[in-house]
Ligand binder design. Structure first.
Ligand SMILES: Nc1nc2c(ncn2[C@@H]2O[C@H](COP(=O)(O)OP(=O)(O)OP(=O)(O)O)[C@@H](O)[C@H]2O)c(=O)[nH]1
Ligand SMILES: [Mg+2]
Length: 471
């Protein structure tokens, strides 16, 4: 997969900006840059300069100056990719960016493919695979929690944990395999008691990592919260209040929201994705009924359900109050495991007395929390956010434990766990060394998959295809 051509790409986002960075990596990166670079003050060549230095000059082609730039050089092996790397900071016009890139292509560079810089870093041993994947996560992280996890993974916290376990296991595997060479003598090099302890420890660590995926997944993708309820109760108003912008159309006409609207905000460093839905009611309107069908699909996908109703309507109408209870219980029964937050909206429209009475009847509904808010007047919205936050198990995050967010790692960890389980059973039942060794090798294989000691072109292709070009 690796080849020794020199690649080039824009490293900053496409489009105009104050400056843009164009990156070259490969054996000839510095030599090629030299052919287009003219120092302003002296007659210097980049190839003669020290690594990690910056040079002011012009990018020229023939007699034409394309831009005044700053060129940073990093010499093999002390660069991001481990190869010779040149970074050119130019003025951020689209035209200049393209002219410079085209120039380098003519000079013998090749356009980098997605993630190719990071792939080269991996292949040159600068990063292990899970660290390389963390680079992509870091770039896409948009809240404190996902950033923290990506940073930790990039620093190698997770890989070093896996690598350590792998090494210890490898030790035992070799001892057991050594025993096989002395089969006639019936010796035991691998202390079985110690081995059992190690296996217990590995199981413990793997289990913790596997369990962390639930938290990690949520943090990476944002926690989906569905806002549901009858038409006109104020769902869209609440969405806008949560997002602090006029995201959804609000009107006094029932059935305003016909499609679902989603947007994400960060509460306490955790990403929440709010889904405003079409109000649930019997309707003959085709478009609206499609919207309502979608509402139920959205509840299926959500991790938390917020059920909204109008406190004034319910306070003044006993029948309504009963039908709301039935509705809430329906959702409760259909989704027994999902946190359900029942909200009486428009509290600004009822008296304190009415509020007390309502609180008395509705806070008794089992398995749900109950709160009053006014979405329109922004009363109780902060308390609502705090309540949502309380549903998230952020213990692992606070403790700075390793959290798995990558489903590829998750799969490998599960497989490793199964193999380790098999080794444990083998140990319990006094399985012969040769069979034990096979299971240990299998477990080792799955550990290696995570850090990339074991990889293949397909796997690498898949992982790096998800990167942006220039990274
Ligand atoms: N007084 C008061 N009015 C509110 C409050 N929240 C929403 N409203 C009003 O209630 C009406 C309906 O609000 P929407 O947010 O469009 O309701 P919805 O639940 O999204 O309605 P559909 O999309 O039709 O299902 C609008 O006129 C809002 O201004 C509130 O807290 N207090
Ligand atoms: Mg609406």
């Amino acid at each position: 997969m690796i080849n020794d051509d020199t690649i080039v790409a824009l490293a900053t986002p496409s489009g105009a900006g104050a400056i843009a960075v164009i990156r070259l990596s490969g054996d000839d990166a510095i030599v090629i840059a030299d052919t287009c670079f003219q120092s302003i003050k002296s007659e210097k060549t980049l190839s003669n300069q020290k690594t990690h230095t910056i040079h002011l000059g012009h990018i020229v082609e023939g007699g034409r100056t394309i831009d005044e730039v700053l060129v940073s050089i990093f010499k093999n092996p002390n660069s991001y990719t481990g190869e010779n790397v040149v970074e050119i900071s130019c003025h951020g016009s689209n035209y200049i960016q393209q002219e410079i890139i085209q120039l380098f292509l003519r000079k013998g560079c090749r356009m980098a493919t997605a993630g190719e810089f990071t792939l080269r870093a991996f292949l040159n041993g600068k990063l292990d695979l899970s660290q390389a994947e963390a680079v992509a996560d870091l770039i896409s992280s948009d809240n404190e929690a996902s950033h923290q996890i990506a940073m930790q993974q990039m620093r190698g916290g997770f890989s070093s944990e896996i690598a350590k376990l792998r090494e210890e296991l490898l030790n035992f595997a070799s001892l057991i395999e050594l025993e096989l060479d002395f089969a006639e003598e019936d010796v035991e090099f691998a202390d079985r008691t110690q081995f059992k302890e190690l296996i217990e420890h590995i199981r413990f660590v793997l289990k913790r990592l596997i369990d962390s995926f639930a938290v990690g997944n949520v943090i990476k993708n944002g926690i989906p919260v569905a806002i549901v309820g009858e038409p006109n109760v104020g769902k869209s108003t609440l969405l806008n209040a949560l997002l602090n912008e006029e995201r959804a159309i609000v009107s006094e006409i029932a059935g305003t929201t016909r499609d679902t609207i989603e947007d994400e905000i960060s509460i306490g460093g955790i990403g929440f994705r709010f889904i405003d839905t079409a109000g649930i009611r019997e309707t003959k309107d085709v478009v609206e009924s499609i919207g309502i069908k979608k509402t139920f699909e959205k509840i299926d996908q959500a991790q938390v359900v917020v059920y909204l109703f109008e406190s004034d309507v319910v306070s003044n109408d006993h029948m309504k109050s009963n039908s709301i209870r039935v509705e809430i219980e329906k959702i409760r029964n259909k989704y027994p495991l999902k946190p359900l937050l029942v909200i009486a909206n428009k509290v600004d429209k009822i008296s304190e007395n009415q509020q007390l009475k309502l609180d008395d009847t509705l806070s008794k509904i089992e398995g749900s929390s109950f709160m009053f808010i006014s979405a329109k007047q922004n009363i109780g919205v902060d308390a609502l956010k705090q309540q949502l936050l309380s549903y998230v198990n952020t213990g692992a995050l606070r403790n700075n434990d390793t959290i798995i967010t990558n489903s590829r790692h998750y799969d490998s960890l599960i497989k490793a766990f199964e193999e380790v389980e098999r080794v444990r059973e083998g140990l319990e039942s006094g399985l012969s060394g040769d069979l034990l060794a096979i299971d240990i090798r299998q477990a080792l294989y799955h550990f290696g998959e995570i850090t990339g000691e074991i990889s293949n072109d397909d796997l690498l292709g898949n992982i790096f295809a998800n990167f942006c070009i220039g990274k």
